[in-house]
Design a protein around this ligand. Structure first.
Ligand code: HBI
Ligand code: FE
Length: 289
């Protein structure tokens, strides 16, 4: 994705567009409700309580949320807003929005015949998946810190490494709780299949989160993850990110080779040593980042 790209015609300089909430059809709202109900059932006992609490406070059960109304609710809770964008936006634009506590979300909803397969993030992934945790103060601060770190990483030429942190936390993170492991990553909580796989399947590794370790680990965009990383708490994630001086870290990472996507190191805290059966049988690695 090139930085400093010009927005397409009809798109504002910051890449936002009007959501045009009035234009959703009743069939689209019904599709959202179906996805919502199915995921709420799937997430009981699987999602971290803070996600479920956020979901309950934001009332988005009745249909595709109007971002103006949702932003009003979120603004009162943690000072975040949700703004509409036409699809993927350039990295620098994405980070600049996060740094200002604006979450960018797609407006379209997936087709009725592909509820489980997504090529581009839709409104269900972006809003159901990402927004509930933005009602949690520590996670809200983490995402702002990530946006600021992202803007700096572009200057260091280290975006690639920082994107792995986003992937293995914001999108596919697991967390340790008193009741066992729970999911919090938006890519998992918005996926019916992966919300069971990430937590219950014997195939993937589940390893303790370590910032440098994660930044050395490639990820897949074409199938379920082969390794998930477990944070001890949202406070730990936020404090690690705020306390780390990323400039020397990026220098160090230059010297350290990337790890294999499913490697387990002697220094890893191992929650699950995965069989990798899913990755071997279903879908050999085609693309890693
Ligand atoms: N744009 N709309 C949108 N959503 C994203 O998640 C996103 C993006 N542009 C860039 C981007 N993510 C990456 O920079 C991060 O995933 C690292
Ligand atoms: Fe996402």
């Amino acid at each position: 994705m090139p930085t400093h790209a010009e927005p397409p015609p009809g798109v504002a300089a910051d890449w936002t567009i009007p959501q045009a909430w009035e234009r959703y059809s009743e069939a689209e709202h019904a599709r959202w409700r179906r996805l919502y109900r199915r995921q709420v059932a799937q997430l009981a006992g699987r999602a971290v309580p803070e996600f479920l609490e956020g979901l309950a406070r934001l009332d988005m059960a009745d249909g595709i949320p109007d971002f103006r109304r949702l932003s009003g609710q979120l603004m009162r809770l943690t000072g975040w807003q949700v703004v509409a964008v036409p699809g993927l936006v350039p990295d620098d634009v994405f980070f600049a929005h996060l740094a200002e506590r604006r979450f960018v979300a797609g407006c379209f909803i997936r087709a009725a015949d592909s509820l489980d397969y997504l090529e581009a993030p839709d409104v269900f992934h972006d809003v159901f998946g990402h927004v509930p945790l933005l009602a949690h103060p520590l996670f809200a601060d983490y995402l702002e810190a990530y946006g600021k770190g992202g803007l700096r990483s572009i200057r260091f030429g280290a975006l690639h490494k920082l994107a792995r942190l986003y992937w293995y936390t914001v999108e596919f993170g697991l967390i340790e709780t008193r009741d066992g492991l729970r999911i919090y990553g938006a890519g998992i909580v918005s996926s019916h299949g992966e919300s069971a796989f990430a937590l219950d399947d014997p195939s993937p590794n589940r390893l303790g989160f370590d910032l440098v370790r994660v930044m050395r680990t490639p990820y897949r965009i074409d199938d379920y993850q082969q390794s998930y990383f477990v944070i001890p708490s949202f406070r730990h994630l936020l404090e690690t990110t705020l306390e780390t001086d990323f400039a020397p870290l990026y220098d160090r990472l230059e010297q350290l080779p990337d790890l294999g996507i499913a490697d387990i190191l002697p220094t890893d805290r191992v929650f699950t040593r995965g069989t990798q059966a899913h990755a071997r049988v279903r879908a050999p690695l085609r693309s890693a980042s």
